[in-house]
Write a protein that binds this ligand. Structure first.
Ligand code: PLP
Length: 346
């Protein structure tokens, strides 16, 4: 197999840094499922403070955060409104249907961002017994397949206000919340305020090996604990892994700006290659189209890989590249050169 020199497959490919590993080694631990693990408790407190929520719960993955939140918010036959590109629709193995028995009603947003009017139009008439019951609305900050776009605070407030006016729950999939925070200067607390549930992933740009934290009201988290056990997410000496997340919050938030700068460099470089159309870039995710080169995304990615650069084909001619703490400025130049050669060979 060709050696991968620059891995832009995802921001999940990062390995814990020596400093993070050291910190994890020294973590104080206890029985997490009895809330006796001091490191998990510290992480949970940090996330409560950052998001302004009453309580929070440590989980093995962002997927489990989504699934538990929807399970708490919904019953069988209920409906959740989200953008058509949303992660739970495409990348959680049908979990919403399997675990909550809920339906998803999609709206077509702009780069994954939709409006309060679209929510209003998607809501079911609660008096109509033919319809499913609208129960929750979910947004992604930042949008993943929407291109890493940042939901503006005003758009969030509009969507949440409409949802709450109709008595439905609001959920923020904050897989990349801190990318939004760093890109916009708006705090996590401000972004989280209007949501009943919100979570942060530590295994994406923050660079920890495992874990995500779901936050909400005391009552919401009490319910979430039942499903953490039910779904098999209750752990034991989880402080070992939670320490990576504590370390990430202390050391890896501000540096997300480097990832955004690198994504910008990559996008600018790719834009200069004729036949490649780059989508707008706001954070650490770069999407581009190979249609103008007359080759498929998969062919282009296969060629790139031969040059030691890994990206991922997500549609016929659409490719995704994601920057993270294990790639440098120089790596961007390397990736652009490789892409230029692949384009010229086409
Ligand atoms: C990665 C991701 C998830 C799932 O998180 P995991 O930790 O991989 O389970 C959910 N939503 C979005 C937007 C993501 O990018």
């Amino acid at each position: 197999m060709t050696q991968i020199r620059v891995d832009l497959y995802s921001d999940t490919v990062t390995k814990p840094t020596p400093g993070m590993r050291q910190f994890m080694c020294q973590a104080e631990v206890g029985n997490e499922q009895e809330r006796e693990d001091p490191t998990v408790n510290l992480l949970v407190e940090m996330v409560c403070e950052l998001t302004g929520k009453e309580d929070a719960i440590y989980l093995p993955s962002g997927t489990m955060c989504n699934q538990i939140a929807f399970r708490v918010h919904c019953s069988h036959g209920d409906e959740i409104i989200m953008d058509e590109t949303a992660h739970p629709i495409h990348s959680e193995a049908g979990g919403v249907a399997a675990l909550s028995g809920a339906m998803i009603r999609t709206v077509k947003g702009n780069n994954g961002i939709f409006t309060a009017d679209q929510v209003e139009a998607a809501l079911r008439d609660p008096c109509d017994n033919h319809s499913p019951r609208s129960r929750a609305v979910s947004i992604e900050q930042t949008t993943n397949f929407g291109g890493g776009a940042v939901w503006p605070l005003q758009a969030i407030q509009g969507v949440c206000e409409t949802a709450h006016k109709h008595g439905i729950a609001t959920h923020m999939d904050g897989a990349r919340l801190f990318n939004a925070v760093v890109a916009s200067g708006v705090s996590a607390r401000e972004y989280a305020e209007a949501f009943d549930s919100v979570w942060v992933d530590f295994s994406k740009g923050l660079g920890a090996p495992v874990g995500a934290v779901l936050a909400g009201s005391r009552e919401f988290i009490r319910e979430a604990w039942r499903f953490k056990h039910q779904f098999g997410g209750a752990m034991r000496q989880a402080g070992i892994i939670a320490a990576g997340c504590v370390y990430a919050l202390r050391n890896h938030v501000d540096r997300l700006q480097d990832d955004h700068d690198n994504a910008r460099l990559l996008a600018d470089g790719l834009s200069s290659i004729s036949g490649i159309a780059v989508e707008p870039v706001e954070t650490n995710i770069v999407f581009f189209d190979t249609g103008g080169l007359g080759i498929t995304a998969q062919e282009f990615c296969d060629r790139l890989l031969q040059s030691g650069v890994r990206m991922v084909a997500v549609a016929d001619t659409r490719i995704r590249a994601v920057t993270h703490l294990d790639v440098t400025r120089d790596d961007m130049a390397f990736a652009v050169d490789a892409a230029r050669q692949c384009a010229q060979a086409s």
